[in-house]
Design a protein around this ligand. Sequence first.
Ligand code: SER
Length: 319
Amino acid sequence: MKKILVTGAVGQIGSELTMLLRKKYGNDNVVAAGHRKKPSEELKNSGPFEFIECEKYDDLTNIVKKYDIGTIHHLAAILSAVAEAHPQTAWNVNVNGLFNVLEVARENNCAVMTPSSIGAFGPSTPQDKTPQVTIQRPTSMYGVTKVAGEILCDYYFTRFGVDTRGLRYPGLISYVAPPGGGTTDYSVEIFYGALENKKYTCPLKADTCLDMMYMPDGIKAAVDLMEADPSKLKNRNAFNVTAMNFTPDEIAAEIKKHIPDFEINYDVDLVKQRIADSWPNSMDDSAAREEWGWDPEYDLEKMTKDMLINLSKKLNISY
Ligand code: SER
């Protein structure tokens, strides 16, 4: 079979998606590519690993040819809070990096999966049950790069026939690798706070409602979308996908069911709050459900239980 390349393989999604793909398609058929961060022993030892910079054409094209790559999961990206602090770098990584991936995919006949985000929406977007096709005028640099990416992927499909597909992920919650500088990171940090200190100071207001997803559903979505029958895909770049919806107050209450003396307090980060306030309260993911069978397994209750079990094992803390 043609091989699969995962860029951003050391990141929050990549570290788990790579392992799922290796389990499904064989270790040697999935090439993990990182940038600078050291890969885990598991990632490095279970299959091919390379360091690349996606903005460098030669880096990408050499890897694609060396391994005879047929599909690229392009996860290397800068998240929303960091993008706001470094907008020029965010454009370079999120847009120029993607452009390179698409060019190399066009030349080598590869399919491409690129994550978009709830960040691709803005304050003028309908905030509740945000439709698949709607107003997209984001006000964060992250959002600007995500909308540009969605449209660029559409262009490469219609103009050159590159098989591009994408997902608008909500906040992703996981215990394997930490997220790197997003607005929704609180939903991961809160579990570390609960287990390590029985308290957590949240950078978003108590009633900030955002869509979220547990990582097992997130990586399953990427695999299922790339396996979907292309003739059924009316929307390619990118599908709204969500699994649950909560505020900091609500997730804290759910954690308290397991750790009764857990306490949350608030110290609002104005940049993160402004970004979160510009994003939808909830998305309508019916197009993903209809076109390729999206059906998440984890809701708030099930995710919280599983996160606490697995993170407490990782941190060696009982609760
Ligand atoms: N989790 C991302 C962020 O907060 C949103 O896609 O930046």
